[in-house]
Design a protein around this ligand. Structure first.
Ligand code: KIV
Ligand code: NA
Length: 267
């Protein structure tokens, strides 16, 4: 797809229905069980709170709803830091128990040994550079990366090192569009951008941002393609009102009745 300049579409999914929805559209190429699962589905403050067990629980559901898109999951924080051996064991769990096909890991050249290890085991690894949400504390928040010369150089060095280590693709998160374009040209593997401008090989967004399931803070790079929140809130309002007014359920069209003879005998 990179060679043919066909944009790659990636969308997150966290459960069976969102996975089915990704699979029902032939233009979604990759379904990602992102660790954004932590915030958007489980109510955690940060992705660092998500456990491997929680991730596996959700990837199993997503896998049951996934047909065509390539299925990738984030390795949660803590599941690939301790040792190569433990990383390999956790990666195998995500594949055997979680039924995903590929894994995504956040980090630069400092994780190239880990990427090399997993790629060497035959696991497709998606790298992730730029803004790294799992490191939001040490990075002093969720900020655009690579805006100074040193930072920009480091991102290029990291991307090249990760490609060299065997990553099949790389997410570029929240970096200037010029830098993302340059990295995309320098790499043989496809780049998937989020907040990285229009010239990456593909784009990824979080399910809830695409659907507009909530109306809170919207990052600059997010476009809400739907307005599910308005639709959902009005459905809840109508349902609750109908119950209070006793207009739901309808006496006839929405209720069952018993045969009169049977009822007479019963009474
Ligand atoms: O967790 C996530 O949803 C992600 C994508 C936004 C790239 O990592
Ligand atoms: Na993520």
């Amino acid at each position: 797809m990179k060679e043919k300049s066909t944009p790659i579409t990636m969308l997150t999914a966290y459960d069976y229905p969102s996975a089915l929805a990704c699979s029902s559209n032939s233009h979604v190429d990759i379904t990602l069980v992102g660790d954004s699962l932590a915030q958007v589905c489980l109510g955690y403050k940060s992705t660092t709170e998500l456990s491997l067990a929680e991730m596996i629980h959700h990837t199993r559901a997503v896998a049951r709803g996934t047909t065509h898109p390539f299925l990738v999951a984030d390795m949660p924080f803590g599941s690939y830091q301790i040792s190569l051996e433990e990383t390999a064991r956790n990666a195998i769990r995500l594949i055997q128990e979680g039924h995903v096909e590929a894994l995504k890991l956040e980090g630069g050249s400092e994780i190239s040994d880990i990427v090399r290890k997993l790629a060497g085991m035959g696991i497709p690894v998606m790298a992730h550079v730029g803004l790294l949400p799992q490191r939001h504390v040490s990075m002093s928040g969720y900020k655009v990366q690579g805006k100074d010369v040193e930072g920009a150089k480091r991102i290029v060095r990291d991307a090249l090192a990760l490609e060299e280590a065997g990553a099949f693709s790389i997410v570029l998160e929240a970096i200037p569009k010029e830098l993302a374009t340059y990295v995309t040209q320098r790499l043989r593997i496809p780049t998937i951008g989020i907040g990285a401008g229009p010239h990456t090989d593909g784009q990824v967004l979080v399910w809830d941002d695409v659907m507009g399931t909530w109306a809170g803070h919207k990052a600059k790079f997010v476009r809400r393609f739907g307005n599910i929140k308005a639709e959902r809130d009005s459905a809840i309002q109508s349902y609750a009102e109908a119950v209070k007014l006793r207009t739901f359920p309808d006496e006839n069209s929405e209720s069952y009745s018993i045969d009169k003879a049977v009822w007479d005998e019963f009474m």
